[in-house]
Ligand binder design. Structure first.
Ligand code: S6P
Ligand code: ZN
Length: 194
């Protein structure tokens, strides 16, 4: 295991950025083509310009057993068609690794599913401590008008399996109806093996 000396970083509680965090992931709509259910709306939005959907300020710690990883995620407000901005979502490669999310700002939903077909969602706002149990895929969604920001902590060797979600999606979508978030069945969703 890589030897790391004790250190501290600082969370900027205005913008959610971990100052001094060496890793920044920025995901734009172009990088998420095919993940929003309304392909026409996705292509129309991209014809005008690409947009930043979310960014991650990660610890940069080694992805190894024994280390604890952490980051903040900032999902910018907006919709693609009627579907709210969201993360790609993933299972942990090591399915038996869970995670903890702490809401810092804004309004969000945490969507979860298992490979056995269970589905769940947790509304999140400042102060929410949400638990992602082992074996549950997780995606976060900004259902508000301001950035939705949360802090996450998980095991260094958990790994990320994005491919399963890219292929299957989630069984439910979070869409805007009369200005409010509503969960609807995903018409394109198929459970693995079906
Ligand atoms: C990592 C944790 C989060 C997400 C981040 C972006 O296990 O769940 O830090 O990585 O919210 O989401 P995604 O699905 O693009 O990794
Ligand atoms: Zn995760």
């Amino acid at each position: 295991m890589t030897n790391i000396l004790p250190f501290a970083t600082h969370l900027n509680d205005v913008n959610g950025i971990i100052e001094g965090a060496p890793v920044l992931i920025q995901r734009t709509l172009r990088q998420m083509v095919g993940m929003y259910h309304d392909e026409t709306a996705t292509q129309q939005a991209l014809q005008e310009t690409d947009r930043l959907v979310y960014e991650v300020y990660a610890s940069g710690l080694p992805e190894e057993d024994g280390h604890i990883l952490y980051c903040t995620t900032i999902i910018h407000p907006g919709t693609v068609g009627d579907e709210y901005h969201m993360t790609k979502g993933h299972y942990h490669e090591k399915r038996n690794e869970g995670e903890v999310y702490v809401g810092l700002q804004g309004e969000g939903y945490l969507l979860l599913q298992t490979e056995q077909g269970a589905v769940s969602h947790v509304p999140m706002h400042k102060g929410t401590i949400a638990y992602v149990p082992p074996h549950w895929a997780h995606r976060t969604v900004n259902v508000g008008k301001t950035p939705f920001i949360f802090f996450a902590v998980w095991a260094g060797d958990a790994g990320h399996d994005y491919a399963t979600i890219e292929t299957q999606g989630f069984p439910v979508l979070v869409v805007e109806r009369d200005g409010s978030p509503v969960l609807v069945d995903n018409p394109r969703w198929q459970a693995s093996g079906s």
